[in-house]
Design a protein around this ligand. Structure first.
Ligand code: SF4
Ligand SMILES: [Zn+2]
Length: 603
């Protein structure tokens, strides 16, 4: 967190420090926004303009096959979610919520991601990059890059993405799963495996082609499996032993591998260890010399060695990475006008809401969790509410990370922002003596640690609360309106000024304004919440154990007593089953695979 703190409202790029032309255009845009967002609360300018951009960018070529929502065959190629792809191909109405702004742009000239179509550095239009839903793409930072480095190097002995700006786009999966985007292309997927309790990396066809080019091909050669030229299509096929020409040492069952077959290159997954391959080869040689082989030739041939995931005739040379490695400052510059416009829209949402006649005189609070989204809202509030008093409210749950508490206090103290900390004290641990821990499907902690404090704050009196919730965060939050009363906090009207922003927009704003941020983001956490939160990914829980072993010990002491009381095994706790009251099908399947009993009290 070694970022320079901004002088509030004094930064070189602050709203009050614009050139004349700039002010004129953004004000024009924002007037339109204010009108819509403050009166109807239905559509805001940035969502509207993104829709417009999206429609403009849907393929116009009628011969290209179109799916619902105007997606093209090319777009579907970018979807990593197989179920989603299948639904789209069959034009099946999906149960999922769809976010209209599921894309960014990429300036090929400057090699930077863009949140708007035009690059503010070179003036050229960026190429549209369709993202898997919910498209809450962000920058890989700090520990994220270490994680990519560790897993890519383990497999391919080199990392083409090192030192590059990499984006991570969360995708559906059993636990934390992310598309890795480098140079504007999805190059791989990082998934947390609940069996291994570790991440695994799998390249995409684009990512795999990179390893066939120098200098990476020298290191990655030890992962290239050669198979005979096949007469049939190889994509999606399991390949048997007799088709293998070369299978290098050091490959483990389940590892992604690079594949060459004649002029085709691509990748697949190994079904066997290299040692097994060697054994089978010896068996086969013996089988051809000695009539009494332990296995028939047919059996040996039938043994499947690998599955080809994707292999094409495209020359890997076309997939070379760009020589340009932009810095974060250069990315901010390329996006400056778009960030300003987004900020201006959000400012107008805040101003429009607090200036409504019916809200006159109501106290204004900014809900400040110490996370990135509420940080942006707090900074926007400081710019929007120059003549109106407001208070930053931090709900200390008693189970927050120490870094979060320190950050929230220091940030407000350094900027002299009125700060109120509502402390739930020991309420979480006291309640835990009376009932079992909270779970994903029974979150009593929200009431005990947050809602009780919120209700004490205004004591039932009407008040406004600026909140950083965003639609892209989760499918649960996909329908939040611009303003809404909170049914759980008496008298509270929530305003969500950044509800349409994606994580990348939040981060670009933070970098543009040079705001310091919670150091946990550089330490592997994507989301800031309570450190033992059952709603978090198991991947985040595993990271918490590394960052704060003393907190993990405290929680695991509790869990191990709970497990004994309920007759479940240590494995049940270690693989994160404790996070549910009623297990979902994916966890029931996992329990079978791991041979874990899931009936509580030994039943
Ligand atoms: S962040 Fe998690 S643990 Fe904390 S109150 Fe919310 S659901 Fe409960
Ligand atoms: Zn450019």
């Amino acid at each position: 967190m070694a970022r320079r703190p901004p002088a509030a409202g004094n930064s070189k790029d602050s709203y009050r420090n614009k050139g004349r032309g700039e002010r004129k255009s953004t004000e024009k845009e924002s007037k339109k926004t204010t009108k819509v967002s403050a009166s109807s609360g239905k559509k805001e300018g940035n969502a509207e303009s993104r829709n417009k951009i999206q429609n403009q960018n849907k393929p116009q070529n009628k011969s290209e096959k179109q799916y619902k929502d105007g997606y093209s065959v090319k777009d579907l190629g970018n979807f990593q979610d197989e179920n989603l792809k299948r639904d789209y191909k069959k034009n099946i109405p999906s149960q999922r919520v769809f976010y209209e702004n599921d894309f960014i742009f990429w300036c090929r000239k400057c090699n930077v991601p863009l949140i708007g179509e035009k690059c503010n550095t070179c003036g050229e239009a960026g190429e549209k990059i369709t993202l898997s839903q919910p498209a809450d793409v962000r920058f890989a930072q700090g520990y994220d890059n270490e994680l990519i480095q560790k897993h890519v190097v383990r497999l391919f002995s080199c990392n083409p993405f090192e030192g590059r700006i990499v984006l991570l786009n969360k995708i559906p999966g059993d636990d934390q799963s992310m598309e890795i985007i480098a140079d504007g292309n999805v190059v791989g997927i990082l998934r947390f495996d609940l069996k291994l309790l570790d991440f695994t990396f799998e390249p995409t066809i684009y990512g795999s082609k990179l390893f066939f080019n120098p200098p990476y091909s020298y290191d990655a050669a030890a992962r290239i499996v050669k198979i005979k030229k096949a007469k049939t299509h190889l994509n999606g096929k399991n390949v048997s032993y007799d088709l293998i020409e070369d299978f290098p040492a050091g490959i483990k069952k389940g590892d992604p591998i690079l594949i060459v077959s004649g002029a085709l290159t691509g990748y697949g997954i190994s079904h066997i260890d290299s040692e097994d391959y060697q054994k089978k080869q010896d068996e086969s040689t013996a089988g051809s010399r000695v009539l009494k082989s332990t296995r028939s030739d047919e059996e040996i041939k039938a043994a499947q060695v690998l599955k080809v995931k994707n292999i094409t005739s495209d020359n890997p040379i076309q997939f070379a990475l760009s020589e340009k490695r932009p810095t974060m400052d250069e990315i901010v510059t390329a996006n400056k006008e778009h960030i300003k416009a987004l900020g201006k829209n959000a400012l107008n949402t805040i101003k429009g809401a607090v200036n409504l006649k019916e809200h006159k005189g109501k106290p204004i609070f900014v809900s400040f969790s110490g996370g990135k989204d509420s940080l942006v809202v707090l900074d926007l509030a400081a710019s929007a509410l120059v003549h109106k008093p407001f208070t930053a409210v931090f709900l200390n749950t008693g189970i927050d990370y120490p870094e979060t508490i320190a950050f929230a206090r220091n940030y407000c103290n350094d900027r002299q922002i009125p700060f109120k900390e509502m402390d739930a004290g020991n309420d979480f641990w006291d309640t835990l003596r009376e009932k079992d821990h909270p779970t994903k499907d029974s979150r009593w902690c929200c009431k005990v640690c947050k809602l009780n404090s919120s209700n004490r704050l205004a004591d039932g009196k009407e008040h406004l609360s600026l909140d950083g919730k965003r639609r892209h965060e989760s499918f649960m939050r996909s329908k939040i309106p611009t303003m809404d009363t909170n049914p759980n906090v008496e008298g509270q009207l929530n305003i969500f000024p950044i509800r349409d922003w994606r994580a990348i927009e939040v981060w670009l704003y933070i970098h543009w304004r040079q705001l310091p941020y919670n150091p946990l983001y550089d330490n592997g956490l994507e989301r800031i919440g309570c450190w033992m939160c059952p709603a978090a990914f198991q991947a985040e829980y595993e990271r918490m154990k590394e960052i704060h072993p003393e907190l993990a010990d405290k929680w695991e002491t509790y869990l191990s007593k709970w497990a004994k009381r309920n007759g479940v095994s240590e494995k049940y706790v270690n693989h994160g089953f404790w996070r549910w009251n009623s297990l979902p099908p994916k966890m029931i399947k996992l329990a079978e695979e791991l041979d874990i009993g899931i009936e509580k009290n030994g039943n």
